[in-house]
Design a protein around this ligand. Structure first.
Ligand code: C2O
Ligand code: CU
Length: 451
């Protein structure tokens, strides 16, 4: 059994890369790990005076061990077909859950057996990847926590799944899922914010001096969360499941696009709060009370909370291929023509096909990938947001090196450009799309192939 120490990881040059990218058990494989049973089904919550019907899974949090394969049988008890995607996990391609690309959807009454092995410890999530516009908006998602053998001790380890729901006057999920006008803008926005499927602020109690890990997940379909953390001395430990090389102070604002995750570490000393500040008035999302009247001044030892690195190498300075990822289209954009299903169409014609966004001049899924490459290659993606809206670009099965950290998603504000490096891993067909699901559904999606 081989382990990668932090020093080896830091020193990891391009030769190490290929081997390091391949999933390999870090722990001795367990025999006959029993199958987890996940049911996609209707459920109700009592947020308002009467019950609201959602679509959800029977388990909202799954716990996996790093490097240990886990069979997960997903049974579909919904009135329409579905799939499950393990967001951010470097799974085998056949397990990626992309309807129409890596599998055919699970029909009502049927099941599919996934085998999920995460080479990385960290905070991930899973969600439907079939008719996602509707299924994610109805609540089909859960958290996936992968624990590593050598993680530091936290007295408190809390998960915050933050979501935004659009309810109608009857308190039910609004069913106007595909409104092209909305989709050509920032996408469907909710009128209710939940934390862990509860309305109102999520509250917890802890002891002074406790080490607290907060796993923040934005599960909204389209909304970017702007969070103001008021946890004095808190540190950013990991982004999208991958530990930062050195924990950083959280700063004043955490901007999280849909699908993004941040892990924070905090030594509890006084009441801490998390506020959502994109609206007129700040909204209290979470509050951690410290059971002591006097605020304590405690020294911070960031090292004690730093998470051990996952088996990710450093990106190589040699680039094997450069790919332009120009984002265009949408309202107030200047898109004239784009390719759609092998034809060149005007913007008006695209709209008639329900397409308003493009990646690299292409609207929607094409039969040919954007690029084909081998495992262990460094691909420089030149992201260029030429639209009037923000986008959160997500790459499946891979993390890309951006802003000095590994990330599986990156939010670009209007007009912003970013160059990121993607190190190709498992063979197969991998999506790249905007995680504002309305944008994905109306064209902002492409794929690459590792052969
Ligand atoms: Cu979390 Cu393709 O998605
Ligand atoms: Cu987008």
């Amino acid at each position: 059994m081989m382990k990668i120490t932090r020093r080896q990881w830091l020193a990891g040059g391009s030769k190490l890369m290929l081997a390091s990218m391949l999933p390999r058990p870090l722990w001795a494989a367990q025999t006959a790990d029993s199958t987890l049973h996940l049911q996609a089904q209707e459920s109700t919550v009592n947020w308002l005076q009467k019950p609201t019907t959602l679509w959800s899974y029977n388990q909202t949090t799954l716990h996996l061990k790093q490097g240990v394969p886990q069979k997960i049988r997903v049974t579909n008890n919904l009135p329409q077909a579905t799939t499950v995607h393990w967001h951010g996990v470097r799974v085998a391609n056949a397990m990626d859950g992309v309807s129409g690309l890596t599998q055919s959807p699970i029909q009502p009454g049927e099941y599919f057996e996934y085998e999920v092995m995460s080479p990385d410890a960290g905070t991930f999530w899973f969600h439907s990847h079939h008719n996602t516009v509707e299924q994610l908006a109805r609540g089909l998602y859960g958290a996936l926590i992968v624990s590593g053998e050598k993680e530091p001790v936290f007295e408190q380890d809390w998960l915050l799944l933050m979501d935004d729901w659009l309810l109608n006057e009857d308190g039910q999920i609004d069913t106007t899922f595909n409104n092209l006008h909305t989709q050509a803008h920032a996408g469907r926005m909710g009128n209710i914010l939940s934390v862990n499927a509860q309305l109102g602020a999520w509250k917890q109690q802890t002891q002074p001096g406790d080490r607290v890990r907060l796993r923040l997940v934005n599960t909204a379909t389209n909304r970017i969360l702007q969070l103001r953390p008021e946890f004095p001395g808190a540190l950013l430990l990991a982004k999208d499941g991958q530990p930062l090389m050195t924990p950083e102070p959280v700063g004043d604002l955490i901007v999280m696009g849909p699908g993004e995750r941040w892990d924070l570490g905090w030594l509890a000393n006084q009441t801490g709060q998390l506020l959502e500040v994109s609206g007129q008035t700040p909204l209290l999302v979470a509050e951690v009370n410290v059971s002591s009247n006097a605020a304590m001044a405690l020294p911070l030892y960031p090292g004690t909370m730093a998470l051990p690195a996952n088996p990710m190498p450093l990106p190589s300075s040699e680039i094997d291929q450069k790919i332009d990822l120009i984002l265009e289209g949408g309202a107030m954009g200047r898109l004239q023509t784009a390719h759609y299903q092998g034809k060149t169409l005007s913007f008006r014609e695209l709209v008639n096909h329900g397409q308003v966004w493009t990646i690299a001049g292409q609207a929607g899924m094409s039969t040919e990938p954007l690029f084909r490459t081998r495992p262990g290659q460094t691909i420089e993606l030149q992201l260029d947001n030429r639209t009037a809206f923000a986008h959160t670009i997500h790459w499946h099965g891979h993390h890309a090196w951006a802003d000095n950290r590994w990330q599986d998603s990156l939010t670009l504000t209007r007009g912003q450009r970013k160059t990121v490096r993607l190190l190709t891993g498992n063979t197969g067909k991998w999506l790249i799309h905007c995680h504002m699901i309305d944008h994905q559904a109306t064209g902002m999606v492409t794929w690459f192939e590792v052969v």
